[in-house]
Design a protein around this ligand. Sequence first.
Ligand SMILES: NC(=O)c1ccc[n+]([C@@H]2O[C@H](COP(=O)([O-])OP(=O)(O)OC[C@H]3O[C@@H](n4cnc5c(N)ncnc54)[C@H](OP(=O)(O)O)[C@@H]3O)[C@@H](O)[C@H]2O)c1
Length: 352
Amino acid sequence: MPSNTAAWLEKVGAIPLDVKSAPYTSPTEHQIVIKSKAVAINPADWAIQVKGNILFPWLAYPYIGGSDVAGEVYEIGSSVTRFKVGDRVIGLALCLSGGSEGAFQEYTVLRDHMTSHIPQGMSYESASAIPLGLSTAASGLFQKGLLGLQLPSISPKPTGKSLLIWGGSTSVGCNAIQLAVGAGYEVITTCSPKNFAYVKTLGASQAFDYNSPTIIPDLISAFAVTKKPLAGALAIAAKAPAKTLDKDPAMACVAVVAASDGANKFVACATFPPAEDELPEGVSAKFCMAGSIKDDEVGPAMFVDFLPKALEEGSFVAAPEAEVFGKGLESIQGAFDVQMKGVSAKKIVVSL
Ligand SMILES: NC(=O)c1ccc[n+]([C@@H]2O[C@H](COP(=O)([O-])OP(=O)(O)OC[C@H]3O[C@@H](n4cnc5c(N)ncnc54)[C@H](OP(=O)(O)O)[C@@H]3O)[C@@H](O)[C@H]2O)c1
């Protein structure tokens, strides 16, 4: 059994993370253990450090966080057939489930059905940008009870429908655009003008500036011109400013679906959704949760059926682009600080 090291959060508010030994956990039947090569940083990582007791009151401390990991398969569970030792993979590390499943350690336990092979030419650093963004987007787009859209494939069949993705240059948004286009929807998105060209390379047909004072009427007209019924909206944003109709991402999406003829008047929200009494009659909004796709058909639809083939064929790319902050578990705290200050179409990554 190898020795293991982790970046521990001793308790809420403890800064920096404490890099020290951790138990090595062997996989159960449907799990694998990977030797981590790169981890990516997400807003939840530093948010848990600062206010984990409010966001996730059930978490036990000391705690090993981290959701995005890429690495090499080290050990496989007795029922695992898709992987062998030495394979290059990414997976959604289910850090909210307990210590051995957090990404910020040398050896991480992943679940078979939430893990995908990565192509030879793709670096661990680039690939580590995918799992949480993809899973959050997949929850909002495909889960029943959320948008419930058609699943993606590498030969998409056009649905004749359109979709609003608010926050296309976020990490979740870059994955959402690609998944929705792969599922046959025309995507119109919002981001800063400097990212218009980038989100179009991911498949968005049009991009609008979310800071424009006319953003809502502009989006309503753009969807009307497509003549493709709006299948709903996915609202994502790193920061939710004051809840005014034209600024809060979820409320802005609510306004667009409410005013669009023939729309599915539903907004999936990556951040907290508006309260029921803030919604116009006939419009619903619901929170999507990345980790929840491990419990239904959407998890395997992504990590088993779609992603490995789509990455291999190049119809899905690792996005946003990785920016490597440093090397080693000791660099994770500094990487939190960079992510917290704000990023634009970038994933902050640490090589291990
Ligand atoms: N529910 C879940 O399971 C789950 C999982 C992961 C993330 N999240 C949440 O989802 C949100 C996004 O996370 P992330 O990691 O994807 O974020 P991120 O990549 O750190 O977000 C950075 C991006 O936010 C964009 N942005 C900032 N304010 C915006 C606004 N008002 N409207 C549209 N875009 C805006 C910026 O776009 P420009 O640079 O183009 O201006 C920038 O590219 C966060 O609130 C996070 O906590 C939820």
